[in-house]
Design a protein around this ligand. Structure first.
Ligand SMILES: [Cu+2]
Length: 373
């Protein structure tokens, strides 16, 4: 009903505007009306070009001044610095070229505007000019692309050298689970077909794989500072993307396959909380939260989902804590292994079932012997 009313109102408004323009046109009969632009039209359009130029420069400067503080703080991973440098150099080149070409484009648009009796000088081609404006972008772009490829290859060189910590990131609608290899640092085999909700085996870990016994499953990712981490991503249902912005890391999680990313965290959570940019951000955020009556927020690294994966996608996240090796080991020692948490429970339930069924059998036997008598 509301939709129909809105639609009717819109149609009526459109008709009213159309009628008003007709009245306006009728009242303008005395002035000269032609579809061909005259000198004063061209001049006005020329000035509008300058106005537009000022607008795009203005909005660029305004956006940078106002939103610069929204950018991420310094990278907290070893490769993050290279990544940021590549981005900033690309930005600088784009802004430099954009500023100059826009000024030229709009200025020439004004300078060579249409004027009665004036014909702009033109030539069909100029080899030298064309060579210059082809070769400069080719060199600059080839440089950027090669540098980008080199950086990308370095980042994506995932190997088992330097004894990396192996961590599985498991994505499902709408949460994350992390799994460590345990004492042997080897993850047990897993497959979605082995998921056994009744026995809390939510990751589908193969219970017959000895490597799985000491695996540690957690809902909060802890990482020791300075040690390389090899992430192995899995997804249970749809495409997700493991996005760890502070570490400049992102990798898609694809159902049916294992994807990988590797990085070395370089700044602990405690250290990052003291970073001036972070202190500033926390202060700003808490001022807003205080107005709303919310509790103050404390900075933490975070793992987010960066693929629109469903209705609660926006809230699919996991806390990441980067700490010293000692703190990490102490935390790890408190965690239960897969064997302790899931497999033991299962053994108990099986034993209980067995007891229950023997009882039943005994009852039946009793009944049978009773009837025989
Ligand atoms: Cu997701």
């Amino acid at each position: 009903m509301t939709a129909l009313l809105t639609f009717t109102v819109l149609v009526l408004v459109a008709i009213a505007i159309w009628q008003m323009t007709k009245i306006f046109e009728l009242s303008q009969t005395k002035t000269e009306r032609t579809e061909i632009a005259n000198d004063s039209d061209n001049k006005n359009n020329g000035y509008l070009l300058f106005a537009f130029l000022i607008f795009i420069y203005g909005i660029t400067i305004f956006s940078f001044a106002k939103y610069y503080k929204m950018l991420l703080p310094e990278a907290a991973s070893e490769h993050g610095g290279d990544y940021d440098q590549l981005m900033w150099v690309s930005f600088a080149i784009i802004f430099f070229v954009q500023t100059i070409t826009q000024a030229l484009l709009h200025y020439f648009g004004y300078k060579y505007r249409g004027e009665t009796g004036k014909k702009a000088l033109f030539f069909a081609d100029n080899d030298r000019l064309e060579f210059i404006w082809t070769i400069i972008p080719v060199i600059v772009l080839a440089g950027l692309i090669l540098w980008g490829l080199y950086t990308w290859t370095n980042i994506m060189d995932i190997n088992e050298d330097d004894d990396p910590l192996i961590v599985e990131l498991y994505a499902q609608q709408f949460n994350w689970t992390a799994r460590y290899g345990g004492d042997d640092n080897v993850l047990g085999e897993a497959n979605v077909r082995l998921i056994d909700i009744a026995n809390a085996n939510v990751l589908g870990i193969d219970e017959s794989d000895p490597n799985a016994e000491d695996d540690i499953i957690v809902k909060e990712l802890h990482l020791p500072v300075g040690r390389k981490v090899n992430f192995k991503m899995r997804s249970q249902d749809v495409l997700h993307s493991a996005y760890m912005p502070h570490f400049r890391a992102q990798m898609n999680c694809v159902p049916g396959m294992i994807t990988q990313f590797s990085f070395t965290p370089t700044v602990t959570t405690e250290e990052m909380r003291l970073n001036p940019d972070v202190v500033d951000k926390v202060k700003r955020t808490n001022a807003i939260r205080a107005q709303k009556g919310d509790d103050p927020w404390e900075f933490d690294y975070i793992l987010l989902c960066n693929k629109i994966c469903g209705k609660s996608h926006y809230n699919m996240q996991m806390k990441i804590i980067v700490e010293t090796e000692e703190e990490f080991n102490a935390w790890m020692a408190e965690q239960k292994t897969f064997k302790e948490s899931v497999m033991v429970d299962e053994a108990e339930t099986e034993a209980e079932e067995q007891v229950a069924s023997t009882d039943e059998e005994a009852d039946v036997e009793l009944e049978e012997s009773a009837s025989e008598e």
